[in-house]
Design a binder for this molecule. Structure first.
Ligand SMILES: Cc1ncc(COP(=O)(O)O)c(C=O)c1O
Length: 435
């Protein structure tokens, strides 16, 4: 990659999504030291069960100290460099994936490729499945990082698929077909569709019917499906999470389509450990697994981390309790946010997963345009002191939607954020009415 390419904006760090973070860093809220500062609601981080993780670490000093039965494993781990990863970790990860999917599917460790988070997992899959100038269809709104992860170094294009509020931003066959036609008009060869299930930023799980539309489409067009399931363990209310693999199993699908379905997963969100960089690709396609394993050399998970995480996941009693408790806390937080916003006269898309809500502020825009959305976003950032993420940074096609994260702060901070929002909307509604 040349310096020219590295400097190009397709990395995305100049978008409002990242600019809001910079403003937050200059003036971060603190209840005592900086009570007028900006509250960070643009960060999809899960910090709700840190106490449980810390307790586990305290109770397992040997593992933290890289010991087994009292003997040091330092030398073994420091020298370990097999890019296939520690078998113990891979075994635990497949079991963890099975559990999140209701144990109805069997996953095999040899079909799993370890990566340093979901970020390289997505990029590696795109490198494996498409050549520069080819394309992937992505339902909008989508995670802003995908411009960097899928396009920046691969030279692959993203064709946005328009989803709208009229059906709760659900995937339809006609929207898929429309995106495909759009790609053809642009002379782009479509290699696949990439979905995020549960969705970032919508906070909803895909329905069986959506997943079936997607599989029908992939069969019909002879293309791949990448399912980024990084939020699969955050589902805190019904309906339950259904993975694309569950739908394939129900349909009794043949190998042909199984070979074109690839799952991306990571522990960044479900376990709340994004700094550990533990991610993976899971695929039935032997060629993809083999090529992705070779590419994973550029972003391996350190053996120290692999050892720690393998042992954490081996403690089934702990992980069950952790997941259950985290989902309970997420649900409570989400309800606090929805209720706080309702008091401020703002509605959210009904959600059942994720670390955020998709919030409808169309009534607060001075006009139904993206300029007005940006205007509102700037006002909320500088005058209200909340860093939230505008829908345009997720490529949403309707102005006025925003993503608000709720799991990266304390309950008290969330309360302050909601009070600020209420004060703001009351004054804004008054002004909008008066003008
Ligand atoms: C949908 C989605 N995919 C991938 C990532 C990147 O995850 P990781 O930290 O594991 O690289 C994120 C992070 O926000 C995300 O929301």
């Amino acid at each position: 990659m040349s310096l020219r390419k590295a400097g190009q904006d397709s990395h995305g760090q100049d978008s409002s999504y990242f600019l809001g973070w910079q403003e937050y860093e200059k003036n971060p809220y603190h209840p005592i030291q900086n009570p007028m500062g900006i509250i960070q609601m643009g960060l999809a981080e899960n910090q709700l069960s840190f106490d449980l993780l810390k307790l586990w670490l305290r109770r397992n000093p040997d593992i933290v100290g890289l010991k087994k039965n009292g003997a040091s494993l330092f030398r073994e781990l420091a020298l370990f460099q097999d890019y296939h990863g520690l078998p113990a970790l891979k075994n635990e990860l497949v079991e963890f994936m099975e559990k999140t999917r209701g144990s109805e599917m069997k996953f095999a460790p040899e079909k799993l490729v370890l990566t340093a988070g979901a970020t390289p997992a997505n990029e590696i899959l795109v490198f494996c499945l498409a050549d520069p100038g080819e394309a992937f269809i992505l339902p909008t709104p989508y995670y802003p990082g995908f411009n960097r992860d899928l396009k920046w170094r691969t030279g692959v294009e993203i064709v946005p698929m328009q989803c709208s509020s009229s059906n709760g931003f659900r995937i339809t066959s006609s929207a898929l077909e429309q995106a495909y036609q759009q790609a053809q008009k642009m002379n782009l060869n479509v290699k696949g569709v990439l979905v995020t299930n549960p969705s970032n930023p919508l906070g909803i799980t895909m329905t069986r019917s959506e997943l079936n539309h997607l599989v029908d489409f992939a069969i019909h067009k002879n293309i791949h499906i990448v399912s980024d399931e990084i939020y699969s363990g955050t589902v805190f209310a019904s309906p339950k999470f259904v993975s694309i693999t569950g739908v394939l199993k129900e349909r009794n699908s043949d190998n042909n389509i199984w070979n074109r379905i690839h799952i991306v997963y990571s522990l960044s969100k479900d376990l709340g450990i994004p700094g550990f960089r533990v991610g993976m690709i899971y695929s039935n396609n032997e060629r993809v697994v083999s090529a992705a394993t070779k590419m994973s050399s550029f972003g391996l998970v350190s053996s120290q981390t692999q050892y720690l995480v393998a042992n954490l996941l081996m403690d089934k009693k702990f992980t069950s309790k952790y997941m259950e408790e985290t989902q309970r806390r997420l649900k409570r937080r989400k309800e606090m946010l929805v209720c706080g916003l309702r008091n401020a006269g703002i509605q959210c898309l009904k959600s059942n997963a994720g670390l955020f809500c998709w919030v409808d502020m169309r009534h607060l825009l001075t006009s139904a345009t993206f300029e007005a959305e940006k205007e509102l976003w700037i006002k909320i950032l500088y005058h209200v002191g909340l860093n939230i993420s505008p829908g345009s940074s997720f490529h949403c096609c309707e102005p006025g939607w925003f993503r608000l994260c709720f799991a990266n702060m304390s309950e008290d901070t969330l309360k302050v954020a909601m009070q600020r929002m209420k004060a703001f909307t009351h004054s804004t509604t008054f002004l909008l009415k008066a003008s």
